[in-house]
Structures are given as C-alpha cells and as structure tokens.
Design a protein around this ligand. Sequence first.
Ligand SMILES: [Zn+2]
Length: 123
Amino acid sequence: MRTLEEQIGGWCIHFNGIGNDACKLNIPYDTVTDNHKRKLPCIKQNECSEFCTSAQFPTEQDVAKRVAEINKHVAQYLTTMAEGKVCPQCQRPIESRRQVGRCIYVYPCGHRVGQGNLRKEQS
Ligand SMILES: [Zn+2]
C-alpha cells in the first residue's frame, strides 16, 4: 500500500478528477491520454507524464504540509469523537445516539459518526 505522502505527491496539481473533461489548466484529458494504454499523465505512477508538458507534481514541502494538515484534522476528529460532546462532523451538541445496524448516528444533526456497539460503549 502506498503511503499518504506517495498518494498526495503522485497526483498532478492541476488534476481535478476524471469526471471533468479538462484539468484546472483547461487541458482536455482526451488530448493528453496515452490512448494506447489508456493512462493519464496526471498520475505519476502511470509513468507517462511526458504526454503532458504541463504535468506538475507537488513539491516535497507541499506534500509534507498537506500530510500535516490531514494528520491534524484526523487528530481533532478523534479527540472530538473521544470527548463525545459535539458531532465531529458539524460540531453541533450531541443530545442522543442511535445504533442502526453496525453504524452509530448522533442527533439532532443525524450524522453517522462511525461503527461500533453503543450498548457495549455505554455499559
Ligand atoms: Zn453532525
């Protein structure tokens, strides 16, 4: 499995998803795709970045900054979850919890906050 650093660093900074016809620089994906292999140069792992002269990957510093942001966000989310006072998604105070199958929902917002066993957690 690729590390978070590899995943973040492996995407062209102009890539905006294959649901779009063109990237952030307005370069149509059709014009840069390696049609023979049907691979996009926007993904470093595809090893065909030469098909797009504008392909540009994040610097080591940018990747490190993004990884730090994600780790900080995850830590905040987990802290909020552990405290159990507000919804970690919308920050509204939690008044009640409900188990639906394996999932736990909080109310009044109704956000799913994860999987678990409420009975086990409350005993
Ligand atoms: Zn919520």
